[in-house]
Design a protein around this ligand. Structure first.
Ligand code: ATP
Ligand code: MG
Length: 336
């Protein structure tokens, strides 16, 4: 059987990553150099610091990906790269590097939307998964419910009106003193707490039943904290984390299942960093079982930013001969 080998590069935020992906589904290597320890002391990602570290790391990361996969440039069929959305300076490092490789080695260049990559992470974990399906993308910058008609056709059913789910996790983690990145820390603390201790609001929009709003729950957490502090009252941080997590998870689940039922699909797919959350997975397991729907989510390492998912999304563009030229630029606010 003919095989297609793609070198994929991802540098949209604080991970420098390179991967070699075979036929869009098999990962031969996936090197992820995280800058979490660098940005931790600032309480979040500092864009200029991220760009500088991508520049320092990218050659090494690509070299390691090639070496671990045991491939040379002559074995490759294309170079795929994230060109947006993300931090402009960070994206430019990956895009420039991919353009240089493409030009020097005469390889087609494939420009990948980072969010398409998050969805494609599922094609790696579940080699049998094919569109159409309803997908929840819940990450640091996005909370979208999509109808994925085909590998290249996406219909937006719902989106957040304000904060993304991951962003809400990160902000709440900061106000309760857990630090960055917030998602995994809230999840760990929530395991020791009672999710029914505090009732936080869950917003519904009558005209757009698949839309989300997470700024209200975030503000409620902050108000709760301030009230407790002003009254000098003790409060349980684990209960707070668990109750906040429950409010977000319930809204994500309810709206996505609603969309899946309305669309008449039998498959629900989760994507993005928040889909690593155990409580979210458990909630979806229960809801999809009840509705007789299939559930798919990526293995944990493929939920957050990585180049393997870019290699998978890039493969389906490669098959359509959807190539970029040497004029490719990064687009910070690239739409779906
Ligand atoms: N276990 C978890 N529970 C909840 N949230 C999590 C968990 N793990 C990661 N996250 C959240 O996922 C986000 C990171 O995911 P991801 O890398 O997909 O986002 P991003 O790349 O920053 O944003 P985008 O993909 O929208 O551009 C962070 O907000 C982080 O807090
Ligand atoms: Mg991401």
């Amino acid at each position: 059987m003919e095989q297609t080998l793609i070198l994929a590069i991802e540098s949209s935020c604080d991970e420098t990553s390179a991967a070699i992906v075979k036929n869009g589904r098999e990962v031969l290597s996936n090197i992820i150099s995280s800058q979490i320890d660098i940005h931790k002391k600032f309480g979040g990602v500092v864009p200029e610091v991220a760009s500088r570290n991508h520049v320092l790391n990218i050659s090494t990361v690509v070299g390691e990906a090639m070496e671990e996969a045991g491939v040379s440039y002559d074995d490759l069929d294309a170079v795929a790269v994230t060109y947006g959305p993300g931090l402009i300076g960070a994206l430019l490092v990956g895009v420039s590097y991919a353009k240089a490789v493409s030009s020097a080695k005469h390889l087609p260049l494939v420009a990948v939307n980072h969010i398409h990559g998050h969805i494609a992470a599922n094609y790696i974990t579940h080699p049998e998964l094919e569109p159409p399906f309803v997908c929840l993308v819940a990450s640091g910058g996005h909370s979208h419910i999509l109808y994925v008609k085909d590998y290249a056709e996406f219909e937006i059913l719902g989106r957040t009106r304000d904060d993304a789910a991951g962003e809400a996790f990160d902000k709440v983690a900061r106000v309760i003193g857990l630090g960055y990145p917030g998602g995994p820390k809230i999840e760990a603390l929530a395991k020791e707490g009672n999710p029914d201790a505090i009732r936080f609001p869950q917003v519904e929009f009558a005209d757009t039943p698949y839309d989300f709003s997470f700024s209200g729950v975030k503000t409620s957490v902050i108000n709760y904290l301030h009230t407790k502090e002003q009254k000098n009252e003790e409060f349980n941080r684990a209960d707070l984390a668990a109750s906040f997590q429950k409010a977000v998870v319930e809204a994500l689940t309810r709206h996505t299942i609603r969309a899946a039922k309305d669309k008449g699909t039998d498959k629900v797919v989760l994507a993005g960093g928040v889909s690593a959350n155990g409580a979210l997975r458990a909630s979806f397991e229960e809801a999809t079982k009840k509705e007789g729907l299939g559930l798919f989510y990526p293995q944990p390492i493929l939920c957050t930013d990585n180049a393997a998912m870019i290699g998978s999304a890039g493969f389906y563009k490669y098959l359509r001969k959807d190539f970029a030229d040497s004029g490719l630029n990064a687009v910070a606010n690239l739409k779906l």
